[in-house]
Design a protein around this ligand. Structure first.
Ligand SMILES: *Cc1c(COP(=O)(O)O)cnc(C)c1O
Length: 450
């Protein structure tokens, strides 16, 4: 399969939805700024805008099967025997423009490796975005470091560079910005604050393999960049990850750390195990799936980009719908998700979750974004652990709790709505279904009152 494939059943369902809509006078193709329609919402018993399915994820083809079976029959399943992981590393480095790439077991382990190589240690503080998948700060906790949240700019969904400096203490050792949903962070602003304060920068680019900022890919701006190849990501292999970087010594350290602390490159020592390390190695089967998935890279990215531009242009005209804003210098999001904000004041104060239910009932898989995870249980569990009390002291931990106030992030958590990346692999007509459904909900919002 090279493009999103629809079954015959799905095609028929699309046709019949169109027929029903035409009978109901629903102008599926006649969308424009003067568009206005009074119709019964699907949530209140009307006909949905759409009943067809959406593209599945992941998408694969038979071309990878022979190499996977050959590898299986060779018995060389582990990265020290055979070259599949090494080949993948070369291809990925080339693809995104990094000098070096280290394949890892997952994105979480990539972050743990990168933080270790950056020297982040027990007692350090790491400035991190709260609007992210929990793995970002779980990796900080794994280093026994303290994640200190920098507030989010609700317009960009990203770490607000203007809020970084107020969070720096004499224990801060690194900044961990997250290119969430594939939206590139303002890396020049972040790097200049890091430089002025002697901090390392580790990028969480787990959702952002093709995101571009000022001519260069996300993941290449900091000291090290981390990627994930978990099943939901753009380049999926079930599990998997990578650290990329241009500094040979740091990359050597990453390689050693991920391989039980063995000697590698510039890592010298009196023994074969001169440094600490764990086993975070990728398996060959992951590398082979990834090599095959990479063939879809550019065509999928182009489809997502084109569909996202179409949505950008249409959604912004619906009152109360505010698409993400790219930071200055950002050229392309990777669109792990397509995000926008829902401003309920424009929708007669209907709560976001009710809006989501109404759009979902129209046949559109719209979800909410991240919640206010800076108050998730795992954080209190870490802060009240024996180790954290011992390392940071009760006074710093109390201060941390008092400072854990993030109004920008709280606002975004209430407003954010997202479409998953494979939805963006659909057709132009699929995108118009999304716009039509949201418009229909807007025009008929009073049906959601009470
Ligand atoms: C997926 C993801 C991770 C973790 O990657 P895994 O491969 O699932 O361990 C970390 N950060 C972000 C932002 C992610 O989306």
């Amino acid at each position: 399969m090279t493009t999103a494939k629809f079954t015959r059943r799905q095609v028929l369902a699309t046709t019949s939805a169109g027929a029903i809509a035409t009978m109901a006078g629903w102008p599926l193709t006649a969308f424009g700024s003067s568009f206005s329609v009074k119709d019964k919402l699907a949530l209140t018993g009307g006909n949905p805008v759409r009943t067809a399915d959406w593209p599945d994820w992941p998408i694969w083809d038979e071309s990878a099967e022979k190499s996977i079976v050959d590898m299986y029959r060779s018995g060389k399943w582990y990265r020290a025997w055979g070259n599949y992981c090494q080949d993948f590393e070369k291809q990925y480095a080339e693809l995104i423009g990094a000098k070096r790439c280290l394949a890892t077991a997952s994105g979480t382990t990539a972050l743990m490796i990168a933080l270790h190589a950056a020297g982040v240690d027990a007692g350090d503080e790491v400035l991190v975005s709260p609007y992210t998948f929990i793995a970002t700060y779980n990796a900080v906790f794994a280093a026994k470091a303290l994640p200190v949240f920098v507030d989010t700019d609700p317009e960009t969904f990203l770490m607000d560079p203007g809020k970084i400096e107020e969070r720096i203490t004499d224990r801060t050792s690194a900044i961990l910005p997250v290119h969430i949903y594939g939206l590139p962070c303002d890396m020049e602003a972040i790097n200049s604050i890091a430089k002025n304060n002697g901090l390392k920068v580790i990028e969480d680019a787990c959702q952002a393999w093709s995101a571009k900022y000022k001519g260069k890919n996300a993941g290449l701006w900091g000291d090290l960049g981390c990627f994930s190849f978990q099943n939901s990501k753009h380049l999926p292999a079930g599990e998997g990850g990578a650290v990329v970087g241009n500094d040979d010594h740091m990359m050597d350290l990453c390689t050693s750390y991920h391989n039980c602390g063995t000697r590698f490159g510039s890592i010298e020592g009196p023994s074969n195990y001169p440094v600490r390390g764990l086993n975070f190695r990728m398996q060959h089967v992951q590398a082979l799936i990834l090599q095959s998935q990479m063939k879809r890279f550019f065509s999928d990215a182009a489809t997502r980009e084109e569909n996202a531009r179409h949505l950008d242009g249409k959604l912004k005209d619906i009152p109360g719908i505010k698409p993400y804003k790219l930071v200055s210098g950002a050229e392309a999001s990777a669109y792990h998700l397509y995000p926008f904000r829902y401003i309920k004041q424009e929708f007669n104060n209907i709560p976001r979750d009710k809006f989501l239910k109404a759009v979902q009932a129209e046949g559109i898989p719209l979800s909410n974004g991240y919640g206010p995870q800076n108050s998730d249980g795992l954080i209190e569990e870490a802060l009240s652990s024996k180790g954290y009390k011992r390392i940071y002291g009760v006074k710093r931990l109390k201060e941390w709790r008092e400072e854990n106030v993030l109004p920008g992030n709280d606002q975004l958590c209430e407003e954010s709505c997202t479409l998953y990346q494979s939805v963006l692999l659909g057709t132009r007509k699929d995108m118009d279904d999304i716009v039509n459904a949201i418009t229909k909900v807007y025009e008929n919002r009073e049906q959601l009152l009470g």
